[in-house]
Structures are given as C-alpha cells and as structure tokens.
Design a protein around this ligand. Structure first.
Ligand code: URA
Ligand code: SF4
Length: 204
C-alpha cells in the first residue's frame, strides 16, 4: 500500500508531463500543487496564471500573497495546507478553462489528489472550483458556508484575485477565512458520517 505522499508524488510527476488536453501546448510548467500529504485543509483555485506557469508552483503571484495573508487570518501557515487548482496548466492569456479541459484534468488528477489527501475541509476559490462540487449554487449567496457533498465538506469562497481587483469582495473574503477555525472545530465535534464517503469520488 502506497502512502499518501507517494501517491501525491506520482500524481505530480504525471501532471508535469501530462498531454491529456490542449492546455499542455501553451504551458511552460504544469502546476501540480503543493502542501503536506496529510493536510487537513485543501484549497482549490482555478488555473495557474503567468507567475505560476513560470515557476511551476501554485499561487505565487499577487493573488498568492493575498492568499497567504488570508490563511494567516485563519491561523494557518501556507505550508500547513495543500494548495492546487482545477486545471494544472495555464490557459493562454489567462482565458477561462473550457469545460472539456476541466473534465479531463479533474478526472485525471484533482479527484485523485483529493482522495490521497482526504482533507477535512476543501475550500474552493472562485466559481470554477465551486462548480465542481456545487454546480447550481451562486457564490454570492453561499460563500463562507460549509456544505456536505458526497461526504466531503466544501467551503466555497471568493477568489483572492477577484478581491484584489474589486474592493467589495475583500471584506467578505477576510471574514470567511476568519470563520474557518470555528468551522473546523464544529466539524471535529460532529464529523460527517464516514460511511457516506464514496471510495471513488465522482465530481461530475
Ligand atoms: N489564480 C489561481 O486560480 N490559481 C493560481 O495558482 C494562481 C492564481
Ligand atoms: Fe494535463 Fe491538466 Fe495540463 Fe490538460 S491542464 S495538459 S489535463 S495537466
């Protein structure tokens, strides 16, 4: 039986050389994600941007600096959480990832990363990430609220880049992160029933 860290390393290697969707044609470096294999909190952004593509690491540009600040508000260091994205390669000119690219990439990689890490909480950052778990929700309505989906706990949040560009998202995003310790404490008192957790995650 492989350890979670071994599985994650294998997935990261696979991601770095992946050619399953057209996004591989435009990338400099694929961005598998990073963090401890036993992270309690997993964050899922949208897609690598310019800086991430250059460095092969998630959230290393301005949005990443803000994310580090948000995590500090919740009492976490960046190294304590696992950070990744819906798609692992930068879409050209930062266009939105296409539905087919999202399907291909998440079923090949993200679903297996989630299974390996088995986090207590998944924080989705932005609409694309939220839509994997809560396809019919409006982020303005449900941000900051924990949702149980297939035995997993999802907390949808605004995207930090959106908050950097639009002041009105900033305060709610800071508040949502400040609530995170409370959400985790509540979950530990009353964990979701283990037997509702499917062996095979199906996001779609
Ligand atoms: N925005 C994202 O969604 N992901 C990153 O890794 C960086 C910026
Ligand atoms: Fe592979 Fe995902 Fe990159 Fe597409 S975006 S090439 S599926 S790693």
């Amino acid at each position: 039986m492989k350890t979670a860290a071994e599985v994650l390393n294998e997935l990261a290697q696979g991601i770095r050389s992946c050619t399953l969707c057209p996004l591989h044609l435009h990338r400099k470096l694929a961005v598998p994600g990073e963090g401890p294999a036993d992270a309690k909190v997993m964050l899922i952004g949208e897609a690598p941007g310019y800086h991430e593509d250059q460095q092969g690491r998630p959230f290393v540009g301005p949005a990443g600096r803000f994310l580090t600040e948000l995590l500090a508000r919740a009492g976490f260091r960046r190294e304590d959480v696992f950070i990744t994205n819906v798609v692992k390669c930068r879409p050209p000119n930062n266009r939105d990832p296409a539905p087919g690219e999202i399907r291909t990439c998440t079923s090949a990689w993200l679903e297996r990363q989630i299974e390996a890490i088995n986090p207590e909480v998944i924080i989705t950052l932005g609409r694309y990430s939220m839509a994997l778990f809560l396809p019919n929700q409006s982020i303005t309505k449900v941000h900051g609220q924990p949702h149980q989906v297939n035995g997993r706990v999802i907390v949808p949040m605004f995207h930090p880049a959106a908050a950097l560009h639009q002041e009105r998202f900033k305060e709610p995003l800071l508040k949502d992160f400040e609530k995170l310790p409370q959400i985790l404490a509540e979950l530990r008192r009353q964990p979701p029933a283990a037997d509702t957790r499917p062996q095979q995650l199906s996001l779609f």
